[in-house]
Every structure is written in structure tokens, then in C-alpha cells.
Design a protein around this ligand. Structure first.
Ligand code: ISE
Length: 333
């Protein structure tokens, strides 16, 4: 107990509250000591559920003596200053995406961490810890399908709030496909195009949902992404790789398939991303906590957060202009 990693969780909306539970009940060697949220009643409720204290100022939480490491699930606009404060204090941090809201500020974070000479920031691209994605990467890396030529990604949410417009769909949802593509292909994305089709009738005026996004990787490999966040059905995330010598697919919801009286046959789809990626979130947390106890991090880092931000910026420009936008990335500092 006394050797537990003492963690502050900043932001306890849906994701932050999930992380508090994970750190308190499912992760070995961790304890949530401090919870902070602009909604103080919410912070008090979540903190009380795990015996933590609250701190209204997130920077006071980062500076506190009873904090060894920080999980950031605060709004994206708050990340830059909070991550920099963690770097300043030398604290390992797990930062939910986005690393920062602009690629220029994400690059500043990359430079600041590089100047420190040690990796302290992990970005919450949890799919990398999902066993299906890990298996697909292993297959591709071992040459199991030959050279990968195409990825086909399907990304569907059952419902989202009205503020989720076409640009937000890129920044909040397609961002995962940006990291997935880089993770699976092992290379950078060079250009992004977006084709807007007929919107579903439940999309607010001015929002094109669904859209088709195309990434061109540096090697020329192509990544197609169907992004559709108001299907009204279920949370569905599938990825297929097509290589020179075979193809492979993940995300088929094939956990339990039943045959029941009355000729009913079928399985159960996931209602949301926490249900679909619960294992990945918990595995991510355990890996991060183990590395944080040793003073570092082990997973996607600031460079990955920066690359995803640059790809999304190109994606947003593609939504706005209808053109093919090259991804502008600086070199590694
Ligand atoms: C949400 O914010 C997530 O991060 C989920 O993983 C993603 O699938 C969903 O589309 C986003 O809205």
C-alpha cells in the first residue's frame, strides 16, 4: 500500500471516472489520491467513491506532495498547460487525446520533453493495447499478409451530441484512425482527403455525417475510413488490412454467438467505446502505471500525439476546402 503509485486524476467526466475506477479497483500498485474537476460536486462524488481528496486547482494537484503521477482526462484545451506543468515537475503523465489542440503546440511539447532527456508523457491511444489491434500489428510486422497495401477502417458511433460537427468528427473520432494507421503501417501519413456524401437525416444542418476519409501513407499505402457517428445502432470499429499476400480483419464483435429457440441466432454488439475497449483501457493503465513507478512511460508518446494532431489538422482543412491536403510535420527534435 505505501509503495503504491499515488495518482491525481484531472477531469472526471466519463473517461476520467472510468480511469479512477480502473486505478482503484483493477490496476495493481496504484492509488488515486487526488481528484480535480471544474465541476466540484462531481469531483467530490468521484473522490469519495475511492477515498481520495479533491483539489479545485489542477495545478495545485500537479504540485501536491501526495501525487507521483497524473492522469489527464480534462478538456483538450487544458492539456497543453497541464502537461507542461507535469514535465516541469518531472511527473509521468497519461494524457487522453488530444495531446494539445494544435499541432504547433503539440510540437512544443515534443521539444520540451526531448530537452528533458526522458520520456514522461504517454498519450491515451488505447487501441494499441487492444489484443485484436496488437495481433493485427504482429501479423503485419511478421510479414503474414505481405507488404500492406491498404487499410479499410470503419468507425461508427450510435449517437453523439449536436456539437459533434464534421470537423469535430475528424478531431475526436478519426484521430484514433490516424494513430491506428501509423501504428499498423509503421510509417507516417503524407496526405488527407475527405469526401462528403449524403448526410443522415439526424445530422444537424451543416454537418456531413457520414464522411469518407482517405489517408495516403508515405509509402503510398492507402487508408480508407468511413466515419459515421449517428448510426442509431451500436459502436462499431473494424479494421481490415489488405496486403500483397493476404488480408486480415478485426472488430467483428464475435465474443458470444448464440442459437436460441425460435430460430434466433446472433451475438451482441457493443453499445459504446468503453464497452468495446474496456480491456484496452485497463491494459493501457497497467502498462503506464508500471512504467510510471519506474519513473517513465511505456506506450505512444508526444511524437505520436503530435503526428495525430498534424493529420487531424490536415483532415479539418480537407473538410473545409474539399481538397487533398498534405500533412505538414516538422522533423524530430
Ligand atoms: C470518443 O471520444 C473516443 O475517443 C472513442 O474512442 C471514439 O471511437 C469516438 O468516436 C469518440 O467520440
Amino acid at each position: 500500500m505505501s509503495d503504491d503509485l499515488k495518482v491525481a486524476v484531472l477531469g472526471v467526466g466519463k473517461m476520467g471516472a472510468f480511469h479512477v475506477e480502473s486505478l482503484s479497483r483493477r490496476t495493481r500498485g496504484t492509488r488515486v489520491t487526488v481528484v480535480s474537476d471544474a465541476d466540484t460536486a462531481r469531483a467530490t462524488e468521484v473522490a469519495a467513491s475511492v477515498g481520495a481528496r479533491t483539489e479545485s486547482d489542477p495545478f495545485a494537484a500537479i504540485a501536491a506532495d501526495d501525487v507521483d503521477a497524473v492522469v489527464l482526462a480534462s478538456p483538450g484545451a487544458a492539456h497543453e498547460a497541464q502537461v507542461l506543468a507535469c514535465l516541469e515537475r518531472g511527473l509521468p503523465v497519461l494524457c487522453e487525446k488530444p495531446l494539445t489542440t494544435e499541432s504547433s503546440t503539440a510540437y512544443d511539447v515534443v521539444k520540451r520533453e526531448t530537452a528533458l532527456g526522458r520520456r514522461l508523457v504517454q498519450v491515451g491511444f488505447m487501441r494499441r493495447f487492444d489484443h485484436e489491434y496488437a495481433a493485427l500489428r504482429e501479423l503485419i510486422g511478421s510479414g503474414g499478409v505481405g507488404a500492406p497495401l491498404m487499410l479499410h477502417c470503419t468507425h461508427r458511433n450510435p449517437a453523439v451530441p449536436d456539437f459533434f460537427d464534421s470537423e469535430f468528427m475528424i478531431r475526436d473520432s478519426v484521430v484514433h484512425e490516424a494513430d491506428t494507421a501509423r501504428f499498423l503501417l509503421g510509417e507516417e501519413i503524407a496526405a488527407v482527403s475527405v469526401v462528403k456524401g449524403a448526410p443522415t437525416s439526424s445530422a444537424p444542418t451543416g454537418t456531413t455525417d457520414p464522411m469518407l476519409v482517405l489517408f495516403e501513407a508515405e509509402s503510398g499505402a492507402l487508408v480508407t475510413i468511413e466515419i459515421f457517428v449517428r448510426t442509431g445502432i451500436a459502436y462499431e470499429v473494424r479494421t481490415e488490412v489488405v496486403g500483397e499476400r493476404g488480408s486480415a480483419m478485426i472488430g467483428l464483435d464475435q465474443n458470444l454467438v448464440t442459437k436460441l429457440p425460435g430460430g434466433r441466432w446472433g451475438g451482441q454488439s457493443s453499445p459504446d467505446f468503453v464497452a468495446r475497449f474496456g480491456q484496452a483501457y485497463d491494459t493501457q493503465m497497467q502498462c503506464w502505471a508500471d512504467a510510471a513507478r519506474a519513473g517513465g512511460v511505456d506506450g505512444p508518446g508526444t511524437w505520436d500525439g503530435y503526428a495525430a494532431a498534424a493529420i487531424c489538422e490536415a483532415g479539418v482543412a480537407a473538410v473545409q476546402t474539399g481538397g487533398r491536403i498534405e500533412v505538414g510535420m516538422g522533423g524530430r527534435p
